[in-house]
Write a protein of this length. Structure first.
Length: 295
């Protein structure tokens, strides 16, 4: 049985940990409100922009070719993996990593064996974990969350589009956590490049039956829409992941605080029992000594 001092020290230690988890929960709750507002404002814009591209593309009389629409035999693959910079967020990061590895194994196993699957990591946790598994990791944007803005994400999207247009990659996919609510995050794996009207969300109904008048030309409009849509798509994924991270950490810290409280109760019970046993032992020793003296 542990001594009274050891049990007392454990109670103090667990109590200190509980104060830390409470503080982290409050910080995550404050950050979550801002992150949630950002993604709720971005979603309608991203959806409408995707619908616009799908509708205009379907309604054009002539097929417009773009380097970003050109499909090639898949030899080189880029996976954009969005995780967090810090841990203590439950299964937030491990779920994204598991989905990434499953996707590679299911669809790009041959390319992976040839070393032609690369990772563009947004967030340090994903970069570290995938580098340990032997993947080539681009770490230029691992610190994106420390300077989170559309300008920073736009720079990353432009680099990816340029690399695809130059033939450095034949397929680009995006893996991230989509925010549903504080307790639930859904891992999404989405094709990023090449773009396809089949994978671009659009409004219900047939858009091909609509005749459009273009000003300026349809080529100029679509040339502008395609990069903008891809930039917004990546920015939305980063915002989704940011809100999901704070929700996951808030939930994890709440559970950790509750677990610490339960542990403190158990330790206090052990402390009281140990203290009672020590007092009983002292009383028995005193009684035994008194009896020995009177004999």
């Amino acid at each position: 049985m542990a001594s009274l001092k050891e049990v007392r020290n454990r109670i103090v230690s667990v109590n200190s940990t509980q104060q830390i988890t409470k503080a982290m929960k409050m910080v995550s709750a404050a950050k979550l409100r801002r992150a949630q507002d950002s993604i709720m404002q971005m979603r309608p814009y991203a959806q409408k922009l995707g619908e616009m591209l799908a509708t205009v593309s379907a309604g054009t009389e002539t097929a417009f070719e773009s380097p970003l629409k050109k499909a090639r035999p898949v030899e080189k693959v880029l996976m954009i993996v969005v995780t967090s910079d810090r841990g203590l967020a439950g299964a937030f990061n491990s779920n994204v990593l598991k989905a990434t590895l499953n996707r590679i194994e299911a669809r790009y196993a041959e390319q992976a064996r040839r070393g032609q699957v690369e990772i563009l990591a947004i967030g340090k946790k994903g970069a570290e974990a995938l580098a340990r598994r032997g993947y080539k990791v681009d770490t230029r944007y691992t610190d994106l969350f420390t300077r989170l803005s559309f300008v920073a994400v736009k720079e990353a999207a432009e680099q990816i589009m340029a690399a695809y247009s130059e033939g450095q990659y034949d397929a680009v996919e995006l893996v991230f956590n989509e925010f549903k609510n504080v307790a639930t995050q859904i891992v999404r794996t989405e094709p990023y490049l090449p773009i396809s009207s089949d994978t671009t969300p659009g409004p219900a109904g047939s858009a091909s039956s609509v005749n459009y008048l273009f000003e300026p030309s349809e080529e100029e409009i679509i040339t502008e829409l395609i990069p903008k849509t891809l930039k917004v798509q990546l920015y939305r994924a980063v915002l989704e992941s940011n809100a999901s991270e704070h929700g996951a950490r808030m939930t994890a810290m709440d559970k950790a605080t509750d677990n610490a409280q339960e542990l403190i109760k158990e330790l206090k019970l052990v402390y009281n029992r140990t203290r009672q046993a020590a007092i009983t032992k002292e009383i028995l020793e005193i009684v035994g000594g008194a009896e020995a003296l009177s004999a």
